[in-house]
Design a protein around this ligand. Structure first.
Ligand SMILES: Nc1ncnc2c1ncn2[C@@H]1O[C@H](COP(=O)(O)OP(=O)(O)O)[C@@H](O)[C@H]1O
Ligand SMILES: [Mg+2]
Length: 238
């Protein structure tokens, strides 16, 4: 469904991705792992069009989307939950969620239904719907950030380190929420530094290093955690 073929991308003259190839099948939950600054966020940004692809191809459902502007990629079903649990602090939880549906503003009835769907999935967001987003806990902000992306009715959801800086109990809640989305049929690409969490929920993993995919494997095919962690830590030394 989502495919990257030898994607080269970066900032100005600085190349960060040197030919990244990945495949995220429809309904799959794929994790992209790697050390700090290895290009995980850059990969997600190149998929949603926030970073220009210089060479190679990003394909969605068999169509190259390199030339499609970022705003339009949302309408194609791509949605990014950015790193850092960014929310509009001075706006209420509900206003934040509604921002996620801005591109289909006229669709009032559907938007109201989607809002209820998200409140059903994230009960705490419902309880806090009138509260300023700036007052939420880290876990609640992450849920809000995911909820806002869901308001765009994506078919492919990209999540950038949703578990970062959260207590283990909250990480579990987020992991459950992600599995839940998968069971609804969403296609998911998850960037994580939390290797354990990624192995718990993903069915396939990629490790990025030196701007390329350096390791990939199906989860459950006997991935040795030690092998992976050694590789992962090795990546950080580079
Ligand atoms: N807007 C930017 N301008 C210039 N360099 C950037 C920018 N964003 C990220 N970088 C650099 O690109 C590299 C990869 O960053 P990033 O994709 O954010 O890594 P990761 O998400 O794996 O931690 C880093 O060296 C980072 O400093
Ligand atoms: Mg990042």
């Amino acid at each position: 469904m989502l495919k990257l073929e030898n994607v080269v991308a970066g900032y100005g003259r600085t190349r960060i991705l040197n030919g990244v190839s990945m495949n995220v099948p429809s309904g799959g939950l794929v994790a992209l792992l790697g050390g700090n600054g290895t290009g995980k966020s850059t990969t997600l940004k190149s998929i949603v069009g926030l970073v220009a692809v210089q060479q190679g191809q990003v394909e969605l459902n068999g169509n190259a989307i390199n030339a499609v502007p970022a705003e339009e990629r949302v309408a194609h079903g791509l949605s990014l939950v950015p790193q850092g649990k960014e929310v509009f602090s001075a706006m209420s939880v509900e206003e934040n969620l509604l921002m996620g549906a801005f591109h289909r503003r006229r669709d009032r009835k559907m938007i109201a239904e989607d809002l209820e769907g998200i409140y059903g999935r994230f009960r705490r967001l419902k309880e806090r719907r009138r509260v300023d987003a700036g007052l939420l806990s880290g876990g609640e902000r992450q849920m809000l950030s995911i909820g806002r992306s869901l308001m765009a009715r994506p078919s492919v959801l990209l999540l950038d380190e949703p578990s970062a800086a959260l207590a283990p109990r909250v990480v579990e809640e987020i992991a459950e929420a992600i599995l839940n989305l998968r069971s609804l049929g969403l296609t998911l690409l998850l960037v994580e530094q939390n290797v354990g969490m990624a192995l718990d929920i993903a069915d396939y993993i990629y490790v990025i290093r030196g701007g390329r995919i350096a390791y990939e494997r199906e989860v459950g095919s006997g991935i040795a955690m030690e092998e992976l962690q050694e590789f992962y830590l090795g990546a950080e030394r580079h």
